[in-house]
Each structure stands twice: as structure tokens, then as C-alpha cells.
Design a protein around this ligand. Structure first.
Ligand SMILES: Cc1ncc(COP(=O)(O)O)c(C=O)c1O
Length: 366
């Protein structure tokens, strides 16, 4: 067990029983049930970060005039804790999430969280709720961790809040694809943009996701699972999905992923897959890739696989792209491509401790 300094731990008396936890872990639904506790630490301009606690999970009381409720000054992260076969619990590249969180904080005019405090908040929570981390069963079950920060100043003046709260909550997650990895259908958003130059596209803030919901509803109405966004200026460069980065695999083995332009979120999975793919001998190009190229490359047969990636699903193959009045298919539309499957397994093997962590990507929580 690791000791924490910034957080005092107050275990609740009415914890879930082992039977109740076992029932949740038997069939976890993403983000539906939360563990017994949450971490919280507050910040204000005078005192800095103070009064860190791990205490009972439950509602947060906010004055109706709290700035988060009106102006959306909020950021978050998404991570996972994985139990290895020896019972130890690890997380993946948390330094990357901490750095991205602080990049988001700067963009949203929120205070940065020192990396030690970010890690302590996770460690202390996973420690007290360790029963909620699913057993290592050779599958992909994990405890999803959601660090987030909200502006807590009370008042309707539009200005950076002079106080904030950083919290971490956790929810058991099962296999993203319960019946095997299946390609998804993607809706191409032509009327809505996700992010514009100078905007918040590279930050992980709630507003980006709020703005993606109308196009998502459009996609769902058209039978799609996710939405792909193009750049806001020329409306032709493929950026990413609402919550995942995109990769394109070509017949000669090379891979293209949209370059980081400031309007795309820099995924931890994206960075890791670029490294793993290169180690496997794939040339990986981070460059602009247009929707016209996508259509032409499918027509010519050069583009053989498309996949999306992110912490939640690791890799999701894309089987079809639909837009108003058209669609295209990639591969057989039924099964994951060879490159997507290989990279997915390689990354999950590292995360779950089945393969050696030669990159030093894992961080032990327990
Ligand atoms: C917009 C967006 N792009 C990409 C990603 C993938 O990022 P990561 O691999 O760090 O989970 C996410 C998920 O966090 C996301 O919300």
C-alpha cells in the first residue's frame, strides 16, 4: 500500500458488500455504477490546493449561481486501473493524462494540478476501493477512473473562477465489445464542426462533448454509432471522432493518422499505438488526410483498414462511413482487420501485464 500525503481517507461505514460488488463486476455497464468513495481536493487563489479527502461517493452541493453551472468551466480525463494476475493494480501512462489535464486547465483558465496530487488522488481512491478493481481474467475488465475539475466560484460574472475543485470518481468497466470486436458505422458530420483553430479542440473540456451531441443524435438517427468530424476551416481534413482518434491502414502496410493541429485531442492511446506500430515495422505518417482521399483510397483498394482508438475501447474498427446521400465500406464490414487486431492485443497485453512493459508505460497504484 502506498501512503498519501495530500488526502485524508475517511472510509464510509455503509460500503457495498462483497456480494453487491461481485454482482456489479459480473456485468459492468460503462459509467453506470460508481465505487464507494471519491477523491476531492479544493483550490482557491489564496490557499492553493488544500483539504484533500477520500470520502463517501455522493452528490456535490453547489450554489445555483456557481460558475460551472453557467459557463461550463470544466475539464476531465479518462483512465483505467488494471489488475494483473499477481493481484497488483496498475494504470497506464498517467503522466500523459496529468500533462493533458494541465494543458486543458490552462486553456480553460483553471488552476493546474501538480502531478503528485493528480496521482495521489487516483492512488488513494483505488486503494480504499480496491475490491472494485475487477480480477485479471485474461479479458479487458478494468476500473475506469474519471478525474475532473469544476469552477466553484459563486457569481454570474463571466471571468476565470477564483476557486475550483478537483475530484476523481471510479466505475468498473467490462469488455467494450461484449460479443467480440465488431466494426462500427461512423456518421460524417458535414454541418457541424467539433473544434476550430484557437478553440478548445485540444483540451478535454465538457463543452466539446456538449457540442458533439447534436451531430451524435444525427448519426444515431442514421444508424451510426459514432461521428467523424472534419476541420472547421476547409471542411475537408479528417480530424477525429467525438471521443476517439482515427488511424488509416494501407495495403502496403503504412499507416496514416491525422496530425495534431491544435484542434484534435492528443490521445494517449494514439501516441502509444504510433510507437507500437513503428516497432512492428509499419511506417506511420502523422499528416493531414482529406475526406476526398478517404473516398478515393477506398475506391482504389489502397485503404484496407480504418480504426478509432481511445482509452475506453482501446481500438474500434470502422466498417462503414455514411453521410447525407452516400456511404462507403472498409474491409468486409464484419470483422476487425489484421493490423487493428494485432495492435489492440499488443496494447492490451501491456496494460493487463501479459506482456513485458518495455516502454515503462505502467504505473503501479497498489
Ligand atoms: C475527443 C477525443 N479524442 C481522442 C480520445 C482518445 O484519447 P485517449 O487515448 O487518451 O483516451 C478521447 C478520449 O479521451 C477523446 O475524448
Amino acid at each position: 500500500m502506498q501512503t498519501t500525503t495530500a488526502f485524508s481517507v475517511h472510509p464510509r461505514a455503509d460500503r457495498a458488500t462483497s456480494e453487491q460488488i461481485a454482482e456489479v463486476l459480473a456485468a459492468p455497464k460503462f459509467g453506470a455504477v460508481f465505487t464507494d468513495h471519491m477523491s476531492r481536493i479544493d483550490w482557491d487563489a489564496q490557499s492553493g490546493w488544500h483539504d484533500g479527502t477520500v470520502s463517501a461517493y455522493g452528490p456535490i452541493s453547489l450554489d445555483p449561481a456557481t460558475s460551472i453551472l453557467h459557463y461550463g468551466q470544466e475539464i476531465f480525463e479518462g483512465m483505467k486501473a488494471y489488475r494483473h494476475a499477481d493481484g497488483s493494480v496498475w494504470t497506464f501512462r498517467p503522466d500523459r493524462n496529468a500533462a493533458r489535464f494541465n494543458g486543458s486547465a490552462r486553456r480553460l483558465a483553471l488552476p493546474e494540478v501538480p502531478e503528485e496530487i493528480f496521482l495521489e488522488a487516483l492512488t488513494a481512491l483505488v486503494n480504499v476501493d480496491q475490491q472494485w478493481v475487477p480480477e485479471s481474467t485474461g479479458g479487458e475488465a478494468s476500473l475506469y477512473l474519471r478525474p475532473f475539475m469544476i469552477a466553484t466560484e459563486v457569481g454570474l460574472g463571466v471571468r476565470p473562477s477564483n476557486s475550483a475543485a478537483f475530484l476523481v470518481i471510479a466505475s468498473p468497466a467490462g469488455a467494450y465489445f461484449a460479443s467480440g470486436v465488431k466494426p462500427v458505422s461512423i456518421w460524417l458530420s458535414e454541418d457541424y464542426s467539433r473544434a476550430a483553430p484557437g478553440g478548445t479542440g485540444a483540451a478535454k473540456c465538457g463543452g466539446n462533448y456538449a457540442a458533439s451531441l447534436a451531430p451524435m443524435a444525427e448519426g444515431l438517427a442514421n444508424g451510426c454509432d459514432q461521428v467523424a468530424f472534419l476541420d472547421a476551416v476547409e471542411n475537408q481534413w479528417v480530424e477525429e471522432l467525438g471521443g476517439m482518434n482515427l488511424f488509416f491502414v494501407f495495403a502496403d502496410g503504412h499507416i496514416v493518422t491525422p496530425e495534431l493541429t491544435g484542434t484534435i485531442l492528443e490521445g494517449v492511446t494514439r501516441s502509444s499505438l504510433i510507437d507500437l506500430a513503428r516497432e512492428r515495422g509499419h511506417e506511420v505518417h502523422e499528416r493531414k488526410y482529406s475526406i476526398h482521399e478517404w473516398r478515393d483510397d477506398v475506391a482504389s483498394g489502397d485503404l484496407v483498414e480504418v480504426f478509432a482508438c481511445g482509452t475506453a475501447a482501446v481500438i474500434t474498427p470502422v466498417g462503414r462511413l455514411l453521410w447525407k446521400g452516400g456511404e462507403l465500406s472498409i474491409g468486409d464490414g464484419e470483422s476487425a482487420g489484421a493490423v487493428a487486431s494485432d495492435l489492440r492485443e499488443s496494447l492490451m497485453d501491456i496494460q493487463c501485464g501479459r506482456a513485458q512493459d518495455t516502454h515503462g508505460w505502467l504505473h503501479r497504484l497498489l
